[in-house]
Design a protein around this ligand. Structure first.
Ligand SMILES: Nc1nc2c(ncn2[C@@H]2O[C@H](COP(=O)(O)OP(=O)(O)O)[C@@H](O)[C@H]2O)c(=O)[nH]1
Ligand SMILES: [Mg+2]
Length: 297
């Protein structure tokens, strides 16, 4: 039996969370076209008779601008140190950046084995692939590169086989019915945050945190969910709510539908928008919103 931890490392927006969700076959991490969608290290687990892979999706690598993104960058670094394999995710569609190369070089020199998933090949000319692979080798990054598409499911079996081959022999860490280390409550808050990321632009979604106040199954089988959307500024609150509540109603409807899919039951959802001035720069507030040091791996 092979078993081990695999950290997904790479630029924000490279496609790490999408890849983990597809490999695990269930949504364990939210996805959006905006960078910094993932804030925590999230585990996604595949268990088969002869192997168990515990993926750890990280927030990714980028310049930290505030206390929240500093914590996120640290989460990525700490996660990468304690694993059996690094799965470096590169966005083939947007092309190799100097930052990608520098980072990949650094990780390839560490003692932990590394594999590169070169993703999004469904939306790029295939003839660009060999040039990028050549460039990586020329830069001295001599690990296996797997061109894949998470969205179209291209080459994923080969990628998984390569991962399993590099994992150590060992017993499974998790029982075989578990796909994630996160609670239902965490996923519900994340689903709300995903819908906000998809609808709103710029700083608004990045300044949002979601707190689940109530999560209860009623006797009729319907889940009663009550949550707060915390934003940083009064004018953000106005935008989040929209004209006569239209914006909030729209994102709440999308969130409720996804929550129902996730829970397999009807949901009665109530949402409130509250302001906590500049919470991303205030570590004491971050603790309360679940992004403090205590809540890290
Ligand atoms: N076409 C295509 N888009 C992808 C693929 N993987 C991810 N994306 C998109 O890339 C964006 C960022 O993905 P995400 O998984 O959140 O990236 P992360 O920041 O690295 O976790 C999202 O809009 C995804 O839908 C892929 O294989 N093909
Ligand atoms: Mg992500």
């Amino acid at each position: 039996m092979k078993s081990g931890y695999v950290a997904l490392i790479g630029r924000a927006n490279a496609g790490k969370s999408t890849l983990v969700n597809v490999l695990v076959g269930e949504k364990v991490a939210i996805v959006s076209p905006k960078p910094q969608t993932t804030r925590d290290a999230i585990m996604g687990i595949i268990t088969e008779p002869d192997y168990q892979i515990v993926f750890i999706d990280t927030p990714g690598i980028y310049k930290a601008k505030n206390a929240l993104s500093q914590t996120m960058a640290k989460t990525t670094e700490t996660t990468a140190r304690g694993v059996d394999l690094i799965l470096f995710v590169m966005d083939g569609h947007s092309g190799l950046s100097e930052g990608d190369i520098e980072l990949a070089k650094r990780y390839s020199k560490s003692k932990i084995p590394m594999i590169i998933a070169y993703t999004k090949i469904d939306i790029m000319p295939r003839e660009n692939i060999p040039a990028d692979v050549k460039r990586l080798y020329e830069e001295g990054i001599e690990c296996d590169v797997y061109p894949v598409s998470a969205r179209k499911g291209i080459n994923l079996k080969k990628l998984v086989a390569a991962i399993v081959e590099k994992l150590p022999e060992g017993d499974r860490v998790f029982t075989d019915d578990i796909v994630s280390d996160k609670s239902e409550k965490f996923m519900l808050a994340e689903i709300m945050r995903e819908k906000i990321l998809l609808k709103f632009d710029k700083e608004i979604p990045h300044g949002v945190a979601v707190i689940i106040n109530t999560f209860e199954k009623q006797e009729n089988g319907v889940y009663d969910i009550n949550l707060d959307i915390i934003c940083e500024k009064a004018n953000h609150k106005a935008i989040l709510i929209g004209k006569q509540g239209s914006a909030l109603k729209e994102v709440s409807t999308f969130a409720r539908r996804d929550m129902e899919k996730f829970l397999g039951a009807k949901v009665f959802l109530t949402t409130y928008v509250k302001v906590k001035e500049d919470w991303r720069d205030r570590p004491s507030l971050m603790d309360g919103l679940g992004y403090g040091k205590k809540s890290k791996l």
